[in-house]
Ligand binder design. Sequence first.
Ligand SMILES: Cc1ncc(COP(=O)(O)O)c(C=O)c1O
Length: 475
Amino acid sequence: MKLPLKGMSRADITDRLETFKTDDLDWQSGKVFGYVFDPGREAMEVGKQAYMKFLTENALDFTSFPSLYKFERELVDMGLAHLNGPKGSVGNFTSGGTESIILSVKAAREYAAAHSPSIKNPEMILPITAHAAFHKAAKYLSVKVVPVAVDENFRADVKAVKEAITDNTILMVGSAPSYAHGVIDPIAAMAGIARENNILFHTDACVGGFMLPFFKTLGEEIPDFDFCVPGVTSISMDLHKYAYTPKGASLILYRNKEIRKHQIFACSHWTGYTIINNAVMSSRSGGPMAAAYAVLNFIGEEGYLDIARKKIAATRKLVQGIRDHKDLILMSEPDFCMFSFTSRTVSVFHLIDEMNDRGWYIQPALSYAHSRHNIHLSINFSNVQWVEAFLTDLAQSIEKIREIAFGATGDALKKEFENMDPVALSDKEIAQLLELAEIGGDGFPDKMAQINEMLNALPPGFRERLLVEYTNNIF
Ligand SMILES: Cc1ncc(COP(=O)(O)O)c(C=O)c1O
């Protein structure tokens, strides 16, 4: 493929784009449990319109585009009001949860460098259920991850957190909720320990922060997780998830400017324009901010309460349906509209493929520590209409796949790789593994069960190595 000599017509381009879409997930069906947060047609249109209006404005320089400065200030104010931000609390708009998290780790690392210069090898205490974005931040910023255990319900073990503190600890993290199981960590206890030890504490409320206050208003029992907990010093809260704004929208919030200051990057050591960035990215479209601003104002508090009410009801029915099925095991009682379930009698990976054939998208998760491999559901506004149909199809799919043998590939692999170092894996062995998973060739496979089964059997280091090699090959 090369750049065409003559530009294509607009009609041809539109046709071409449509053909590209043919194999994408059909998120408009409402049968997709993940990835896309659909607020309904009208709110989506409002977001699109605002996005397009500010598509070309550049948030690189807020003095040139005061409109974007205004959006950011007002969105942050709304976020702080929503999460009990005290007087003096501040924040910024970012492109997503990962960027907010990277910034919180950067701020903590540089805050420590300024206030505790004896720390040369900074560490971050992370429950094993914390989002992978913290591991990414740790890698990018050379901060050591100190993983801590979670209890049988996948909530951080407070005692383990306390014991993990060292003289090098710069940040402690809790999730509200964690993505995998939809449960909220004991934030008050954890942040209390952080405060006693003069350590910063970040609540990752990327997925839950926006909806949880509405759940609470509706009478759900939601433990404190935001700035009302004195030890919480920063919070990430995405808007492009359950606030239903178009993608590229998150907030990173801080208790005060003294901490946030360390997130900001300025550079004059070069020959070009003056750089001053609140975020990781420099040039960025004003679209996501404008769209977030528009959608939040369009849906409003009453609209979000209505969405929350419907999602709570749908989650209850789904959880009950899973609990009632003899082949399925609910992994934990969720605090939020997301949860996971597993099975010991049928293969969850084949079940996912079968559901996929029936038009559903549900997400696999591999086993890690005592979290058995499972199916994850993030319940969305657009899924609410399909609860009964989903449970019926799930039950039928279980019967259809019941006889499929599973686990053999996994058991053999487990034995083979048990004592090997992932770094020592040769190119030939990688090619063999890819072939075994039937993902060595062109295109993406229709069925994922075999691949997931294989990945599930491998230790995490091997999974990562294989995924990197595979991705490096296909792009
Ligand atoms: C709890 C939590 N934190 C962080 C993230 C990362 O967010 P993003 O995909 O917007 O970078 C997610 C994504 O699902 C999440 O659930």
